[in-house]
Design a protein around this ligand. Structure first.
Ligand code: 86X
Length: 568
């Protein structure tokens, strides 16, 4: 479960001195500027100024920024000439590109504590959208929302000792209250089994108390030693953790897959990221589980797999008397231990989305999760009736909002070209331009973020066409990502083919004997600077395995097709 791989090239998390965050540089605000836009400008300037001090990731060195106070108009005009795009290219230095993109697009901010991040509005909007969907679906399954404490007593944490032994170095402890040393240190939850299961033991008495289905949305803390990466590997992250108990294994088995399907839908239908559903190997499963299923995504740029979410069947491992003693009396009045599941999905998924869809211009957001789906931008020269164009923009936004879209007009004094780059960088799926010619023709110009295609649509048909275009973007993003993922899959049969594919950053599908020693051996033989190669999952969707197929690594009889790769 713990990742050994080190993503290459990702910039070191920089530490920010608190003073810098708070030191707001005086702004050169044009008096003509509407107040809302000056706030935005200020934020942008602040961001740039903070970034400068932080050294990295930095914006283009060719940029002209306004640093001084007093000559606002002149500097403003200079800034209008060119949008400060991304410095890094996705295909040249992916890691730097990624850290730059998440900050520049205002998704996230770094913090002075390494591995901790501020999640900003566009991120939280995505998270909220997924949470709303997931909550609605699990409510249908009669899962009940709960909230359990952040703190875990050392005694409670130790009840799960056998399963968390490997994780122990990641647990954060509170040892003092003010200057007073605590009698016994308190842990901060890295996951909540040890907090929740004592209550399961208390709440579950009879078969009538089953099934018991609990979910909580919360933060968890794991003091990772490996290199932190925004969203992907952070020391604190947001997730949901579901914990359920059943009278029978069959019910538990069914739920594992039902939840896994919801995770697939979150990735594929919301984030437009293709995933593979499958079974974790014995080595890679959660030690406390009977079996672990997962959805696995792939990042073509780094050639790394990434576990998107997990759904475990815990069997009776946690229920047995020497663990948490979660038992019930069946109808025959016999004592039985429950069958348990647990399942989790985290903000990591948002990082996967950024990595998969982003490009050299910045973010590319799937319309379903974008906090702004359509931005409307006025375009005019000095002879145009500016007010009429502004009014048309406002009206367009009103119509779109009434139809249920998340639309916004950018009526600031920046030049159109600057605004185009700005909103492209932020990943807004659709841009609508309205100029004198559009006014005369009762049309608007629509430009797609995903493929830059332009289309003039009559205002009479605005809502219908925008809906179709957003739907098409959602679908196209998934199709393009799937095509790219599929093109990265390499089916191999021999060790030589395997190492070649690994060096080519492929997602490898190989026939395997399913023996743990072989998997350990593959890890050892591929260990290097880039991190070892391991099994990602055995896909449920198995290609035919012809009689006599041999394991790529051991030469023994192959039992299954399994995905292998370096991973996050
Ligand atoms: C494993 C298992 C499970 C509920 C999930 O995967 C879904 C939601 N939990 C989590 N795991 C740990 O048990 C763990 C324990 C400690 Cl003490 C730790 F520091 C890190 C951990 N990471 C994962």
């Amino acid at each position: 479960m713990v990742d050994q791989g080190k993503p290459q090239g990702i910039a070191n998390a920089f530490s920010v001195d608190d003073g810098n965050i708070n030191k707001k540089q005086q702004q050169n605000v044009d008096e003509r500027e509407p107040s809302s836009s000056s706030t935005k400008q200020q934020q942008e300037e602040e961001q740039k100024n903070v970034k400068k001090k932080e050294k990295e990731p930095s914006f283009s060195s060719t940029k002209k920024t306004s640093e001084g106070v007093g000559d606002g108009k002149k500097k403003k005009e200079e800034k209008n000439e060119k949008h400060l795009g991304l410095t890094n290219k996705k295909d040249d230095n992916f890691g730097e590109w990624y850290s730059e993109v998440v900050v520049a697009t205002e998704m996230l901010e770094y913090n002075d504590i390494s591995g901790c991040y501020v999640l900003r509005y566009s991120t939280m909007h995505i998270w909220k959208t997924m949470r709303t969907f997931f909550d609605k679906e699990i409510e249908k399954m009669k899962v009940e929302e709960h909230y359990f404490p952040l703190f875990v007593s050392g005694r409670a944490l130790n009840q799960e000792k056998v399963h968390i032994e490997g994780f122990a170095p990641e647990v954060a402890w509170v040892t003092k209250a003010g200057d007073t040393k605590l009698e016994s240190p308190i842990a901060i939850r890295p996951t909540s089994e040890t907090v929740i299961y004592p209550y399961f033991s208390k709440w579950i008495r009879s078969h009538r108390d089953l099934p018991k289905k609990v979910n909580q949305w919360c933060n968890v803390v794991r003091m990772e030693f490996s290199h932190p990466t925004p969203f992907i590997r952070s020391r604190e992250f947001l997730w949901q953790e579901g914990h359920t108990a059943f009278a029978t294994k069959e019910e538990a088995d069914d739920e594992v897959l039902e939840i896994l399907e919801l995770y697939r839908r979150l990735y594929e239908e919301f984030l437009a990221v293709p995933v593979v559903k499958g079974m974790k190997s014995e080595l890679e499963k959660f030690a406390g589980a009977l079996y672990t299923t997962s959805v696995e995504a792939f990042i073509p740029n780094t050639g790394r797999g990434i576990q998107g979410a997990t759904s475990h069947c815990l069997g009776q491992n946690f229920a047995i008397a020497k663990m948490f003693d979660i038992s019930f009396q069946n109808e025959e009045k016999e004592k039985c231990f429950v069958w348990q599941n647990s399942w989790g999905y985290s903000t990591r998924s948002i990082g996967v989305m950024v990595m998969v869809h982003g490009d050299n211009k910045g973010l590319v957001l799937p319309p379903k999760v974008a906090s702004v789906q359509v931005v409307v931008i006025p375009v005019f020269d000095k002879d145009a009736d500016k007010q009429a164009i502004f009014d048309a923009c406002t009206k367009t936004v009103t119509i779109l909002k009434e139809a249920g879209f998340r639309a916004e007009a950018d009526l600031t004094h920046y030049k159109p070209g600057w605004k185009y780059s700005h909103w492209e960088m932020k990943g807004v799926p659709v841009r609508i331009e309205i100029g004198p010619k559009d006014m005369a023709n009762n049309q608007v110009r629509v430009v797609r973020r995903d493929n830059s295609s332009k289309l003039d649509i009559p205002t009479s048909n605005l809502v219908e066409q925008v809906k179709d275009i957003l739907d098409d973007i959602q679908k196209s993003l998934f199709d393009a990502a799937k095509q790219k993922r599929d093109a990265s899959i390499k089916v191999v049969n021999t060790w030589e083919e395997f190492t070649t594919a690994l060096n080519q950053k492929k997602l490898i599908l190989a026939p395997w004997c399913d023996e743990e020693e072989v998997e350990i051996d593959v890890k050892a033989r591929t260990k290097g600077e880039m991190g070892a190669c391991k099994t990602l999952c055995t896909p449920f969707d198995q290609p035919a395995l012809p009689e006599g197929t041999l394991c790529f690594a051991s030469g023994k009889r192959a039992k299954k097709w399994t995905y292998w790769g370096r991973s996050y």
